[in-house]
Design a protein around this ligand. Sequence first.
Ligand code: MTE
Length: 313
Amino acid sequence: MKKIPSSEITPEHLYHQRRSFMTRLALTPAALAAVACAAPTQQTTAATPTIPPQALESRTDELGDPLTAYAAVTGYNNFYEFTTDKERVAASSASFVTSPWNVVVDGLVAKPTTFAIEDLRAIQSEERIYRLRCVEGWSMVIPWYGFPLHRLLAKVEPTSAAKYVRFETLYDPEQMPGQKEPWYTWPYAEGLRLDEAMHDLTLMVTGVYGSPLPNQNGAPLRLAVPWKYGFKSIKSIVRISLVDEQPTSLWMAAAPDEYGFYANVNPRVNHPRWSQADERRIGELGRRQTLMFNGYADEVASLYTGLDLRKFY
Ligand code: MTE
């Protein structure tokens, strides 16, 4: 992979935002130890820690897999609204305006609400290290920061008629030139069954690697559903609607034979044009076996009891 200059990876304003963000980031003892080892001469105070992402890279997920390098997490992206060139998303989205930003939560809820992004950042959040398996056959291990979606849904009180949750990305072709391309039904949309949305692993992400979310990763708010292919993890969300019918995602509309609603990571169900049995972990040589539900089977398999996972892919 091409080496990306750091000036392209982290726009300068993010370095400044990081200071206030870090005061809210709950670091694990292991992470703090890593920081201490990596930066023994750095002067920090409790109020304004500044932690370079590289100092956080030495951590692992619960399977013992190392974090993917910060440069790759923020420099190799899928965000078709800007470009289909993964290594150019960071530069192409650098001037994307994400403030002010509102998120409408509506539909089959007792209390439809428009939240300012600041209100959402105030929801109790934590760091979660998740594997992300892209349908294209590569994967990463990413330290997200955010809150489980169920904490937000509790505020709007879904009614008993709500069966699914539909998510929508901002539609703004002037800022997002990819949306002028006619091949897809914009805006990007995704959906989850309500019980999937309520699962504690389903995270609304506001930060990554100890910093506010960079534009290329879906600022200011994106989803992370670690047991599903990465395309379910929709970026730059402006609307979350509780609905009674299964939503049609952008990918289901674009290629219904290739992309199903569930999109659970499943090494036994091939994509029509390639195998899903193994994957390339970015930064590693060789390939590794893809795990059922991306390694989260203990947590989520019970959601799909009785469902034919070959038919409902
Ligand atoms: N969300 C929007 N709005 N547009 C996109 O093109 N790409 C998806 C997903 N969310 C995409 C999106 C795909 S295919 C993947 S693999 C992940 O974002 C990539 O997230 P990352 O760039 O933060 O790794």
